[in-house]
Design a binder for this molecule. Structure first.
Ligand SMILES: Cc1cc2nc3c(=O)[nH]c(=O)nc-3n(C[C@H](O)[C@H](O)[C@H](O)COP(=O)(O)OP(=O)(O)OC[C@H]3O[C@@H](n4cnc5c(N)ncnc54)[C@H](O)[C@@H]3O)c2cc1C
Length: 383
């Protein structure tokens, strides 16, 4: 399905731009590259999109965005169809950091960071800690006011992209005596501050996508507090809202285009009715997901709609990758390297299958999403 059809002119323009700008050989060129090369490539690609006005389509027009939801859908469809690399390294900056700054930042904070993000500033989200993942409000990293700055001590976990980040969205406890959610503050942390130790974590795919962060007497200027002191939990709502909202628009289109297209290729010659039946089922589910995503971003979503999208996307992705690995057979298990800039859609089925398991955890695990759907969506009693 090629919706939204009313955007034919915009689609032609994006298609033309893609055919002129998407680097034809990026998959082979990005396979097995060192980290610095991955970062350079991601920033170059971000620069290309930015020059075309396509890097941050969901931002307000005054900050360089302003595309309608329908145009964003078309853009993501065309990028996926052209097999363009995804902005995996800018993900937190353009979604989470921007949403937080726009919702709760001061004009100085916006002026300082939004243009810098467009210039390639990389961000990481420092929320999770040992013992504070699903139960995020239990976090123990502390921030103590000392004159015109705060002193931060603690540990963060699973911080995606931290090894390359310039800035961190950091939650820390400023009032240990207050009820859990009321004593947390939200900081913009310069990752070059003394006292930060970043340790990459190796994953099953062999990549080190995320890191532990150790914070030892790290000084953060009070001007980097975002929102009021002890009001960080409310501000974090803007960050998590972005995580469960606009980010899904592109991911669903990638799944519907690149992901499904490759699955069909893996299944050729398509003469097995059982396989054909599974493909038809996947296609139907993907179309449902795409419609759901668009209605969440475009309309006035119900209290659990974003959770439904996250749940459907992550579990559908897993099943699709599982099936690709299955039909690809043993051959898929011998591909041990994938293009660094590809995200899950690398075409290396077994690695993509391992990577797909990541998605049922961050931004709220599937169990947590189901609880939200049950309680907030269906109004079932709290268990
Ligand atoms: C790929 C990836 C990227 C990530 N990126 C970041 C990042 O950039 N920044 C960041 O701050 N964090 C990040 N995270 C961390 C992520 O947000 C947490 O892993 C997640 O919130 C789950 O927390 P946890 O790991 O502590 O698991 P736990 O909360 O300990 O959960 C363990 C299991 O128990 C279940 N469970 C827990 N509580 C309940 C409950 N009340 N009811 C039912 N079941 C429950 C969970 O669903 C899960 O299956 C990332 C994680 C992954 C996998």
């Amino acid at each position: 399905m090629n919706w939204p059809s009313e955007q034919a002119e915009f689609r032609d323009a994006v298609r033309g731009w893609c055919s002129a700008h998407v680097p034809a050989d990026w998959r082979s060129a990005q396979t097995g590259v060192p980290d610095e090369e991955f970062v350079r490539f991601q920033q170059d690609w971000f620069g290309e999109l930015r020059r075309a006005g396509l890097a941050v389509p969901h931002w307000p027009a005054e900050w360089g965005g302003g595309l309608s939801v329908a145009q964003q859908v078309v853009l993501y469809q065309e990028l996926a169809a052209a097999d363009a690399p995804r902005l995996v390294l800018a993900f937190v900056a353009i979604h989470h950091a921007a949403a937080t700054l726009l919702a709760a930042g001061t004009s100085e904070q916006r002026e300082r960071h939004l243009p810098a993000i467009l210039d390639g500033e990389i961000w990481v989200q420092g929320f999770s800690e040992p013992g504070a993942g699903s139960d995020l409000a239990s976090l123990r990293t502390s921030a103590r006011r000392d004159g015109d700055h705060y002193v931060i001590d603690g540990q963060k976990l699973w911080a995606s992209g931290a090894a390359h980040a310039d800035w961190c969205l950091l939650l820390a406890r400023t009032d240990p005596a207050a009820p859990k959610r009321r004593g947390i503050s939200y900081f913009l942390l310069d990752m070059r501050s003394p006292g930060i130790d970043v340790r990459p974590i190796r994953q099953a795919t062999g990549e080190s996508h995320f890191c532990e962060l150790f914070l030892d007497d790290v000084a953060v200027p009070a001007a980097n507090l975002i929102g009021a002191e002890n009001d960080g939990w409310r501000v974090a709502g803007a960050t998590l809202g972005a995580e469960r909202g606009t980010t899904m628009l592109e991911l669903a289109e990638r799944l519907g285009n690149a992901g499904f297209r490759w699955l069909v290729e893996a299944c050729r010659p398509l003469d097995d009715p059982v396989v054909a039946d599974r493909l038809a089922q996947f296609e139907t589910e993907i179309e449902g997901l795409r419609g759901l995503c668009r209605s969440v971003v475009e309309g006035s979503p119900g209290p659990a709609d974003a959770s439904v999208v996250k749940l459907v996307y992550s579990e559908l992705l897993q099943r699709l990758m599982d099936f690709g690995t299955e039909v690809g057979g043993l051959a898929t298990h011998t591909v041990l390297r994938k293009p660094a800039s590809s995200g899950w859609e690398s075409g290396a089925w077994a690695l993509d299958f391992l990577g797909s398991w990541e998605w049922t955890i961050p931004g709220g695990t599937s169990e947590i999403q189901r609880t939200i759907v049950a309680e907030r969506g269906l109004g079932l009693p709290r268990g």
